[in-house]
Write a protein that binds this ligand. Structure first.
Ligand SMILES: Nc1ncnc2c1ncn2[C@@H]1O[C@H](COP(=O)(O)OP(=O)(O)O)[C@@H](O)[C@H]1O
Ligand SMILES: O=P(O)(O)OC[C@H]1O[C@](O)(COP(=O)(O)O)[C@@H](O)[C@@H]1O
Ligand SMILES: [Mg+2]
Length: 492
């Protein structure tokens, strides 16, 4: 048995610059495992579907915008049911855990994992780990059956609970081993997937026939490679209610200003999409786009202009925006962290509201009425909408198919509209951010008419830091995306 852990990715190359970034398989470290015909072959719902089973060689390209003579580039293994599986139904003992912050759709993913295991693969032992990673070793488990999970997709939150912190590798893997769990479904964001990678490595080091698979969850849409995260659409939709309220309040007052804070620690996708969807927003601030308050071209000058022109305005601010400005004013709170080690952010919405109020207090001819709305937790707590429900279902089913087929150490994810299996390190190595040199941000700037807050000096600075992008921009017409990963959600 080869128990040497290789953290290196399984990479296969082919003709014309084809690269497959493959995911590990149980047989990489446990040879001669028995296989079984996939039970779906005799399932009346699926047996009539032509080509239901995925060809072992099917892969999905990461980039679909290519040049005639360019390399074929990176591919991921296509998700879906395989002809043969590596688990007999009565052998499976599955566990599901949810970690990190809430996100619409968590319950749908749980429901669909349980239902896929029961109804597609005849599995009857599925556990919910109570309250995130620490639930593996400090809490009781919850028995999950199709009946138990039947209605849960209609509720927000996660019925098995979640938490931050508490990732104790030896204790978690001891618990997996002691309970005889051989399929671990881990639903969570970037931190969770890092934790899942560590669990996978330890399971493999111990030579256990136990698969570790992740499902990416992030309301901030900050996970790279995937098209977008589940719950994101729901969050954008729900944010409209807050923006509408801010607009109504602003419009009804003299020099009315509505400020709405939305989630987005380091990635401003919710703020950007909610702004684009609404059309009532005059200023959108995100972590990726620095801004300044005072002076020519500054935020306060713009607010003044907007009020003079329109009599009201709506500002959407992502929670991570302008943190450097707040930190400069208040150094003592900048090191605070949550239990997972995520930096605790200061309330930019409140800070911005105070700054605007203080500015207009100095202009007696322009009395303002400012309403600050913070709907962040309300947005995160709602059940997923219809399209996210379907998305969650496909993600969960794809994950179950991959696990039953013996793949491990992977995250299920949608890449260019296709379900794939992505190696953990590809998901955890960097963050998905709004690229402010992409067309999506340009669309936003043109829809709000806000200043970009970038002067000629900043553009030069930007060139110094991201020379590739600037070089590329020089050579290519503006229709080309800048970065394969980052452009997914941006450059459409
Ligand atoms: N680098 C890491 N290695 C192992 N576990 C981690 C790591 N980062 C975070 N975790 C664990 O993952 C869980 C969720 O992480 P957190 O950052 O709170 O949320 P999210 O997964 O949504 O990013 C926590 O239980 C935390 O202890
Ligand atoms: O108050 P909590 O639970 O720490 O959550 C706040 C954070 O959760 C998020 O919604 C998502 O963060 P995670 O992806 O780490 O769960 C952030 O936008 C926000 O800063
Ligand atoms: Mg996170």
């Amino acid at each position: 048995m080869d128990n040497n852990i290789s953290c290196q990715m399984k990479v296969e190359t082919g003709e014309a610059g084809y690269v497959l970034e493959d995911v590990p398989h149980l047989t990489d470290y446990i040879p001669d495992l028995p296989t079984y015909p996939n039970p779906l072959r005799s399932n009346p719902a699926y047996s009539v579907v032509k080509q239901y089973f995925v060809d072992a060689d099917d892969t999905v390209p990461q980039k679909v915008v290519v040049h005639k003579d360019g390399p074929r580039g990176i591919h991921f293994r296509r998700a879906g049911p395989r002809q043969r599986v590596y688990f007999a139904p009565d052998e499976v003992h599955a566990a599901i855990v949810t970690c990190g912050g809430l996100c619409p759709g968590l319950n749908t993913v749980i429901r669909e994992i349980v239902c896929a295991l029961y109804h597609m693969y005849g599995v009857t032992r599925v556990l919910g780990i109570d309250g995130g990673y620490r639930g593996f070793y400090s809490k009781n488990t919850i028995t999950l059956t199709p009946k138990f999970v039947n209605d849960i997709h209609k509720r927000g939150g996660t019925i098995i609970g979640t938490s931050r912190g508490g990732h104790d590798k030896p204790k978690i893997v001891d618990s997996i081993q002691d309970r005889g769990i051989n399929q671990v479904y881990i639903i969570g964001g970037d931190g969770t997937q890092k934790g899942a990678a560590v669990i996978y490595q330890e399971v493999r080091r111990r030579g256990l026939k136990a698969v570790v698979a992740g499902i990416p969850k992030t309301i901030d849409n900050d996970i790279p490679v995937i098209d977008k995260s589940f719950g994101f659409d729901t969050a954008v939709e729900e944010a409209q209610r807050a923006i509408n309220a801010a607009h109504v309040e602003a419009e009804s007052a003299e020099n009315g200003i509505g400020v709405v804070k939305l989630m987005g620690r380091y990635s401003g996708f919710i703020a950007m999409y909610a702004t684009l969807a609404s059309r009532d927003v005059d200023l959108c601030l995100i972590p990726e786009s620095p801004f300044y308050l005072e002076g020519e071209g500054g935020l306060l000058e713009y607010v003044e202009k907007r009020l003079k022109d329109d009599g009201h305005m709506v500002i959407v601010v992502a929670e991570g925006a302008g943190q450097e400005l707040l930190a400069a004013e208040n150094s003592k709170t900048t090191t605070a962290q949550d239990a997972s080690g995520n930096k605790l952010l200061q309330d930019v919405g409140l800070w911005l509201s105070d700054k605007i109020k203080a500015h207009f207090a100095k202009i007696p001819s322009m009395p303002i009425t400012l309403k600050y709305i913070d709907p962040t937790y309300m947005i995160r707590a709602v059940p997923s909408n219809a399209s996210d429900n379907v998305y969650c279902t496909l993600l969960a089913q794809s994950c179950v198919h991959g696990v039953m087929a013996g793949y491990t150490g992977f995250t299920s994810g949608l890449v260019n509209g296709r379900q794939t299996y992505i190696p953990f390190n590809r998901i955890t190595e960097k963050q998905n951010n709004v690229v402010i040199t992409d067309r999506m941000w340009a669309r936003l700037l043109s829809s709000t008419n806000q200043p970009s807050f970038l002067g000629p000096k900043d553009v030069c600075e930007f060139k110094k830091h991201e020379p590739d992008i600037c070089e590329f921009k020089k050579q290519e017409p503006a229709t080309q995306s800048v970065d394969g990963d980052k452009s997914k959600a941006n450059d459409i």
